[in-house]
Design a protein around this ligand. Structure first.
Ligand code: PYL
Length: 269
């Protein structure tokens, strides 16, 4: 998982890129709509009763400036009652417990989770990102039943994405610069492709879960990229040929985590 930098997320707290407008154009849904679909919850689900605490974590490479504020802003935009704890680490976690948070969200260098305190269930960022971007692709493509989809990158996000796309009825291919990683996903019914560039040039529905900058020359006309991978860059030629490029540095993954975590409580009612 590539570590975010403050520059990558600087526009998230105030939503300066107006992500919902972009997502509505590409998928017909907002971040909240995608997150509710990803969590199998009705579109009119009211999330306002959920209290979320975001706990900054100083371990390892430490705090990423703006990360907690970004997660907090994303969760507030879902209509939940969210805040960042004053304390960090165990101090912050204890604060969250004492104030009765329903959901705690925190990330170290390896894991980013949303934890439902009452149901004692976690939702992690790889799962949330893969589910959210698979749902985004499905909406952008008008359904995936029987359609060929290429997953680029067989890491944590890519391997979840393969499973979700198969569940949506897609004919899933997967490629990775380490072919053996792609081959391992045959167990989920994906078809590994050895030649990465050729695979990309021959597909128009793609979920790019790799930190991989794709040269515009190889992009097929009318491609739809659902593209969570960071660093994120498509050159002018690639953007002119693509029908849509769906990307954000954190929002869709974090929103799916929070909504799916709330879903554990909603489904118990
Ligand atoms: C969760 C993000 C998505 C992509 N890469 C992942 C990443 O950057 N992980 C590290 C997050 C560290 C957060 C830091 C803090 O500010 O609490 N411990």
């Amino acid at each position: 998982m590539t570590r975010l930098t403050p520059d990558m997320i600087k526009d998230v707290p105030e939503d300066k890129i107006d992500l919902d407008t972009r997502l509505l154009q590409a998928t017909g849904k907002t971040v909240k709509g995608i997150a509710l679909e990803a969590a199998d919850l009705p579109d009119d689900t009211d999330l306002s009763r959920f209290k979320v605490a975001v706990v900054p974590i100083t371990s390892g490479l430490g705090i990423i400036s703006g990360f907690s504020a970004s997660v907090d802003a994303i969760v507030r935009r879902l209509g939940m009652d969210s805040h960042v704890t004053k304390g960090t680490d165990v101090n912050g976690f204890t604060e969250a417990i004492r104030e009765g948070a329903d959901i705690i969200m925190m990330a170290d260098d390896n894991m980013f989770i949303a934890y439902n305190m009452k149901e004692m269930k976690e939702t992690d960022n790889s799962w949330g990102t893969a589910k959210g971007y698979a749902v985004a692709l499905k909406n952008a493509a008008g359904g995936l039943e029987g359609k060929r989809v290429l997953v680029i990158g067989a890491g944590m996000v890519g391997s979840w994405a393969v499973r979700f796309l198969k569940d949506m009825g897609a004919d899933v291919y997967v490629t990775d610069i380490v072919y053996e990683k792609a081959e391992r996903l045959k167990e989920y019914g994906a078809k590994p492709l050895r030649d990465v560039m050729k695979a990309i040039s021959e597909n128009t529905l793609l979920l790019n879960a790799a930190p991989f900058i794709i040269p515009g020359e190889i992009i097929a006309e009318g491609s739809i990229f659902s593209s969570p991978g960071v660093p994120h860059y498509y050159d002018q030629l690639g953007r002119s040929k693509a029908k849509a490029v769906i990307h954000d540095p954190l929002e869709i993954g974090a929103a799916v985590m929070a909504v799916n975590s709330a879903g554990y409580s909603i489904r118990k009612e």
